[in-house]
Ligand binder design. Structure first.
Ligand code: FCA
Length: 333
């Protein structure tokens, strides 16, 4: 009899625990905790996202736990840690886009709402995995890069037959592939010779690799004296520009345009002497940080499900207008 009583009590306790774990309203009223994992905490873009997410946490009164997760193992152990701390919502820019099924399963088991930002998960067949997601409208933004490069080249009166273009690519991640493909598409649509666009694939998306693959491309084309440079983000473009400088090319003969509008390119604009980093497409770390965190908070605390997909825009900034635009966008005082 006692045994049965103990077992029933244990089952009841378990049900109550499971009920609490899965119910935001019973657990989350006092303290809502949300985790924000990023693939590269060194990159200014992710620092900015975190900064704006923290602003949302301060305003709404929830706890935000920000951690880097640079590989699959780190992601798994961070999610375990977050669960132990009572986190009920997770925002993640994953270090590998193939981790989707594993992460989805884990967060479901822990009763954690999952929101993916920037780099979208893909299924084994390469198609996108459907989760709540905010990313950039990557192909449009690539088009903006290509248009801007072509227009600046025309404004400088360059003869297109003397010009080559280098695109730093990282095709494993769809949002990065779409950007560089988009840039080439726009250049070609404006009349640039597609056979003079050289893609330089990066084995890792970082400044060192961008630098070395650009050097290799320059070495293959000593006959080209004027260059357009584009890539998956600011880090890639700045890495390429350093290679241009090492090769002894003047910034007057190179037009480079990044994507992100973060510190890596802004610090180039702030130098007294211009560098080849001529422009960048400013994205919105505010939307990707503040808005995502607010949406996940409302989802956890109030059961208000966010939009399944949000794609954000960007705008060209250069040395000429960056200060004004950063202030307008609330990115600078
Ligand atoms: C990717 C890139 C980042 C940033 C973000 C919006 O994660 O690696 O630099 O562009 O998309």
């Amino acid at each position: 009899m006692n045994k049965i009583f103990v077992s029933l009590a244990a089952i009841a306790a378990l049900l109550i625990t499971v009920g609490c774990n899965n119910s935001a309203s019973t657990e989350g009223t006092d303290e809502v905790k949300i985790g924000f994992l990023v693939k590269d905490a060194q990159e200014d873009w992710f620092q900015q996202e975190w900064k704006f997410a923290q602003k949302a946490a301060d305003e709404h009164g929830f706890t935000l736990i920000k951690q880097p997760a640079e590989d699959a193992e780190a992601v798994m152990s961070q999610i375990d840690n977050l669960n132990t701390q009572g986190v009920k919502g997770l925002i993640i820019c994953p270090p590998e886009v193939t981790l989707g099924p594993a992460i989805t399963k884990m967060t479901e088991q822990y009763g954690m709402k999952l929101f993916v930002v920037d780099d979208r998960f893909i299924k084994p067949d390469g198609t996108p995995l459907d989760t709540h997601y905010m990313g950039i409208s990557a192909r449009n933004i690539g088009h903006k890069v290509g248009d801007a490069l072509f227009d600046e080249m025309s404004a400088r009166g360059w003869d297109p037959s003397e010009v080559g273009a280098i695109g730093l690519t990282f095709d494993e991640i769809a949002t990065l592939k779409d950007r560089t493909e988009g840039a080439k598409e726009a250049l070609v649509a404006k009349g640039f010779d597609g056979s003079r666009v050289f893609f330089a694939p990066q084995s890792k998306a970082n400044i060192e690799v961008a630098n070395s693959v650009t050097q290799a491309t320059l070495n293959q084309h000593p006959e080209i004296t004027k260059w357009l440079i584009f890539g998956n983000n600011d880090v890639a473009v700045v890495g390429a520009v350093r290679a241009i400088e090492q090769a002894g090319l003047s910034h007057e003969n190179v037009i480079a345009c990044g994507i992100n509008g973060s510190a890596e390119s802004i610090s180039e604009f702030e130098r007294d002497e211009p560098t080849a980093v001529w422009g960048t497409i400013l994205l919105s770390p505010k939307q990707h940080g503040y808005d995502t965190a607010t949406m996940v908070y409302k989802w956890v605390a109030e059961g208000e499900e966010p939009a399944r997909e949000t794609l954000t825009e960007g705008q060209l900034i250069t040395r000429e207008n960056y200060e004004t635009v950063l202030v307008e966008q609330g990115l600078r005082e």
